[in-house]
Ligand binder design. Sequence first.
Ligand SMILES: [Mg+2]
Length: 258
Amino acid sequence: MTRYLDTRLRALTFDLDDTLWDNQGVMARTEEAHYAWLDEQLADWLAHHDGECRRFSAAMPIERYQAHRQHLAKAHPLRRGDFTWIRERALVDLLEAFGLSRASAWLWASRTMARFHALRLEVSPYPETEPMLETLAQRFRLGAITNGNLAFHRLALSRHFDVVIAAGEMPAPKPDARPFLATLSRLGATPAQALHVGDSWQEDILPALRLGMQAAWIAPHAPADTPMPAGTYRLEHVRELPDLLEWMEREQDIATGD
Ligand SMILES: [Mg+2]
């Protein structure tokens, strides 16, 4: 039979944080540890160079760093999703206010962000993630769309993906449609030929549905009887995705009489 509209799935797009791994612990650790690293290293440096024993964290507690990041995100709406830029800029401002020269402030901010990125990469993908992506990549084109600022290309897992979009740096973080459209266009799939997998209803599922994609919502804590719009499927864990795809394929075969 002739198919006028090919809606068979060709592409899968994935959110990363809290979809392929549990991100809560990593973020909390990274937040504390990169600031503590700066505090210690800077104290050593000041003691060596100026014979000073001032502590950065005593003058600039981490709450002040967090509040200044919020201020910068509001003051620079186009950069609001670019968390790396916001963090680095906040560090520079605080270091200058602490008394460092502009050049030293930039140097320390960029060293601290290198530390941040190293810590941010210490994610542990769920054990099922790697073999699942390996198998899925043989049948589908795979894309990743993240608002997070981890250097995903440095993780071995990234080799399974044809396209990775850091939406916060575009600058059009999810739920903006643009990172989804950019990913689909690079994957060579129409929205109807793609399914997005993510844990955020607002940032993953709603924008995918608005574009006409299908969506798998990773929602272990949502009540089982949560009503789902057409084209949306609720999963407890990403490991259930292959079963869902198999089921969708059978449904499609029945619908098209294959
Ligand atoms: Mg997420």
